[in-house]
Design a protein around this ligand. Structure first.
Ligand SMILES: Nc1nc2c(ncn2[C@@H]2O[C@H](COP(=O)(O)OP(=O)(O)OP(=O)(O)O)[C@@H](O)[C@H]2O)c(=O)[nH]1
Ligand SMILES: [Mg+2]
Length: 465
């Protein structure tokens, strides 16, 4: 079975490389705002599990199409000879500097690739594009045209009419934002254009759909594991008799914190890898900035668990604890809620910096100092009994997963993680989560708690898929 290949061609700076990056899921494809970035044809295979489903060929933009068309017209007398004429042109001009870009773009096509012709829907249609479209028609290869609305869709109608004269299939396709369904639709279209590719492209669509399910499943497992660890993680340390415990407590809290921060970063990396992002480097900076803030409650507020959400989370957790164990909300969570109340009303009540973090340390990660029979103490830090903490972790993880799973590999901007957390969560789900977290915290039915949490996280990770 031959592997379908598509050459992505058009004028410079129309988003050809962006389309290649999106369709090949490859964030290593070079994209730049300057025209003439791509100077040689480059093949990018779309692989899943080591199997190449199809190949995208990125090409330089056409610069001298009119001259090429004149040559072709002078060297071909009838329509049947046109594909051969194009081949002859490429073969005779491959070393000719003047036609380097045209030869680079046409070579994969004369060698059997299909054509994806790209134009920019924010620039007007013009007859000057017709020479290159005519050349592409001469190749006789299956083709479709994509209108990429780079800055706007102002001229999409014009383009649709103009392109329709040269291509049977014309679609609007936003290189940076095309959803998976839109990408799969292109593959299906190509399957209809060339009978030889129908089977491999149907197979590609099936595999890519399955792959998306697996990605979602794996991402939700990573996130579930992280939340459970956030709820149950503990570090401890024996301290010999006579040694002051306070420095060790501080040290343990640092260790506790560092571990969970690392686990959160690890979870994000794994999720990014799942969705084939190897170069989300620019986002790392923004991740690094907030990493230290995971334990700074003031930041939780800034990070989107707003006053209402924080209090509502606390209150429903309290209600659940009260209802399921028959206990009243204990003094610590009462104090915590009161503390958060003043914290989030801002200004005077806000606690910041190291002192604040330390003050709250023991409310985030329960500190215990116990005597041990051989003398000295065992100091433990964690597990967290802060009812908001798992909500913050979950909100952050889901925001990240959503951003990663819905972006394309052409989008080189930073991940925008500064969004309200869990603001879409309904009251029923909030209570359900609070109950699951309370059970996990108390060690009750851990397997059932995990399964319930995993099912909810999976549903959220799935989103619109
Ligand atoms: N906003 C937006 N920008 C886009 C889109 N597609 C491409 N761009 C931007 O347009 C510029 C050119 O994109 P490329 O993909 O490098 O274009 P190209 O056609 O490969 O350009 P050359 O290789 O120079 O011929 C880059 O700055 C892209 O980020 C899009 O769908 N939306
Ligand atoms: Mg390019």
């Amino acid at each position: 079975m031959s592997i379908p290949g598509f050459a992505v061609v058009g004028r410079p700076n129309k988003g050809k490389s962006s389309i290649v990056a999106t369709l090949a899921r490859d964030d290593a494809v070079y994209i730049d705002s300057r025209a003439g970035t791509t100077v040689a044809a480059d093949a990018y295979p779309m692989r899943v599990d080591g199997e190449t489903l199809y190949v995208l060929v990125d090409t330089p933009g056409f610069q001298r199409a009119r001259a090429v068309l004149e040559w072709l017209q002078a060297h071909c007398s009838d329509a049947a000879g046109r594909p051969e004429a194009v081949r002859a042109f490429v073969e005779q001009h491959e070393d000719d500097e003047r036609y380097r870009d045209e030869c680079q773009a046409l070579r994969p096509i004369v060698d059997g690739a299909g054509i994806i012709y790209v134009v920019d829907g924010s620039c007007p249609y013009g007859a000057e594009y017709e020479a290159e479209m005519e050349i592409l028609r001469w190749t006789g290869r299956p083709s479709l045209a994509l209108i990429n609305p780079i800055d706007s869709d102002e001229f999409v109608d014009q383009w649709t009419a103009g392109l329709g004269q040269f291509f049977t299939t014309v679609r609007v396709f936003n290189a940076q934002r095309a959803e998976l369904t839109k990408q799969l639709e292109l593959l299906e279209l190509f399957g209809h254009l060339d009978p030889a590719w129908r089977a491999p492209l149907e197979r590609a669509v099936t595999i890519l759909r399955q792959d998306r399910l697996l990605q979602t499943q794996a991402a939700s497992n990573y996130i579930t594991d992280l939340i459970i660890e956030g709820i149950t993680y503990q570090v401890d340390q024996a301290v010999p008799e006579g040694i002051p415990t306070e420095p060790v407590q501080k040290l343990l809290f640092e260790r506790y914190k560092a571990h969970l921060v690392k686990r959160e970063r690890q979870c994000r990396q794994r999720v990014e890898e799942l969705y084939y992002y190897a170069n989300l480097k620019r986002s790392e900076q923004s991740l690094a900035l907030e990493e230290g803030d995971l334990f700074n409650m003031e930041q939780w507020y800034l990070w989107g668990l707003g006053k209402k959400a924080l209090l509502a989370v606390g209150a429903s957790a309290g209600a659940v604890v009260g209802a399921t164990t028959g206990m009243a909300v204990d003094a610590v969570s009462g104090g915590l809620l009161a503390g958060l109340g003043t914290l989030v009303t801002g200004g005077g009540g806000a606690i910041s910096g190291a002192v604040g973090a330390w003050l709250y340390a023991d409310r985030i990660a329960q500190m215990k100092v116990k005597g041990i029979p051989t003398g000295g103490h065992r100091i433990s830090c964690g597990p967290s009994r802060n009812v908001n903490f798992p909500f913050v972790l979950l909100g952050r993880a889901l925001t990240h997963q959503r951003q990663v799973s819905t972006r394309t590999h052409a989008d080189r901007g930073e991940l925008d993680l500064s969004q309200p957390l869990l603001d879409w969560l309904g009251e029923r789900e909030r209570r359900q989560l609070a109950r699951i977290f309370a059970d996990l915290r108390s060690g009750k039915k851990p397997a059932q708690g995990r399964a319930e949490l995993a099912a909810m996280v999976l549903e959220w990770c799935r989103g619109k898929d």
